[in-house]
Design a protein around this ligand. Sequence first.
Ligand code: SAM
Length: 466
Amino acid sequence: MTISLPFTYIEQMRTLLGQDAERFLRSYDETRTQGLRINPLKTDFHSKLTAELCKMYELEPVPWCGTGFYYGEHHRPGKHPYHAAGLYYIQEPSAMSAVEMLDPQPGEVVLDLAAAPGGKSSHIAGKMQGQGLLVANEIHPARAKILAENIERMGVSNAIVTNATPDELAARFPSFFDRIMLDAPCSGEGMFRKDPDAISEWSEDHVVMCAARQWDILEQAVKMLKPGGTLAYSTCTFNRQENELMIERLLAAFPAFTLVGTERIWPHEHRGEGHFVAVLRAAAGDSLAREPQAAGDAHSAHGRRKAERAPRGKGQPAAPAAAGMAQFLAWAREELPGFAPGQGDALLFGEALYELPQAGGSSLSAAQLSGLRIPRAGLHLGTIRKNRVEPAHALALAVKPEWARLHYDYAPDAPEIAAYLRGETLPVPPDHKGWALVTVNGLPLGWGKASGGQLKNHYPKGLRLP
Ligand code: SAM
């Protein structure tokens, strides 16, 4: 075996897998699997673009995900302009199983509780087709920022990104979500081929710590699920403590749940690094936003929770946000005439204007979000200054080129695309003036502003290529 594994881990896997263990251990000698998911918000399975990608990257379908594909080791899809345009998300193939099993629907209210960098959230958003509300949450601030960037890149218009602890969210959103995805932080045994650092972090104590943390997060997830709602729990680890035993404990503590199904993806049986998913459905009727039965509670490793933080302020006054929206819509009539505002409230954070997503009777209010750290409060429309509007990068990625008064389209290998992604100006006809979308084969990449024969580059500085 080329990878050196901890002895206790090997023993654990021998106990778990019996005679299959040697085959499992030999899978460490094989190269890891790599995959991408086509973004249905940008194209569909039968499109010319999908056919082009299949050829470019020698894609082969992932059996458990209709939008998922394997690509060969030597390809680098993360470097292509189509990646910057959000045409696909690079994701380990077995991780694609979780959202397929959660099965979110357009119009629902969905939470992804441990969401960064955004693989599952972008998968959920693709299935929701811009309808309903997705709350994508990440506890670590730096990772929440990456999550927000990925949500934007994928052109998701109906998601808010929060940077909160599970407890903070549970206090705001009791019995609120139709579906919850909990892709829990875990001991990462399925990461060993991909990330050798995961091997050095592994120990039996670490597994125990992960299981205690998973239970604490699960308890909060349960409180946020509507009666009749669906919870998917997943990990990229193999041991039973973090997987089946966690689900058994949940079923014992919350008898309102029934197990819909579980799935294990094994690297010696499937083309994937490994994943565990369990889907549970809550009974219709009683709210789950209460303490679990004593058996579950007695196991809680972290004891009593800290007091909830009081909300900061009462939310933004509506008047400036409405005025900001009016100013934005006046801009859009000129520069983005195809844009139609949704039903959600406008929100102003300083000069940044957002449109909050709405979902049936469960729209979010500014007050409900007040005091939470929110890297992205829905679709970022633009910056509203005294006499001008600057459209947001997120807006460029969420609209169609034909909505814009001006757009410039180039082939992926055109020098203009490379120049644009480096932040350079582009030549445009001298009589063109105003905001324009730059697109690659019909997919928006970002904004530019035309004047005097040049397109000033508005591709965000932090995303520019060297
Ligand atoms: N779902 C993500 C995706 O598909 O891209 C991957 C999530 S990763 C397996 C687990 C996440 O849980 C990490 O981003 C980590 O920062 C977060 N996390 C760590 N400790 C946490 C806690 N106590 N509560 C909630 N999330 C936590």
